[in-house]
Design a protein around this ligand. Sequence first.
Ligand code: V3L
Length: 86
Amino acid sequence: FEDGYQWYYQGMNGWWQYDERASTEIEENYKKSVKTLEMLIAGFLYIIDFENMLQYRRNDPTRRRKIKRDLLSIPDKKGVAGLKVT
Ligand code: V3L
C-alpha cells in the first residue's frame, strides 16, 4: 500500500502475501477498524479476525493461521498466495 506495507498469512517457515484482491479488501476493512471480516478465498469462506490477527475457515476454526501487516519486503516472504517468488 501507499505506506509500503502489505498483508501476510502464515505459511511453513515464512509468510505468504495475500493476493491483490484479498489484500485490498483486508486493508479497507482494517482501516474501518472492523473486528472480523468474512471473505471467499479459493472457494472457501474464511474469517479474518483483526482482534486476534488470525484467519481460519468459517467451517473449521481449528485450522488457524496468523496474519500480519508488515513491510512489502520482509526476509521470510515465501511468495504471493501460494506462488513462490524466486
Ligand atoms: N490465500 C490463498 N490460499 C490460502 C489462503 C489465503 N489467504 N489461506 C489458506 N490458503 P487452511 P507452505 C497455503 C490455502 O489454512 O508450504 C499457501 O498459500 C493454503 O495455501 O487449512 O505450508 C500454499 O499454497 C492451503 O493450501 O484453510 O508455506 C500452501 O498453503 C489451503 O488453503 C503451502 O504453503 C488450506 O489452508
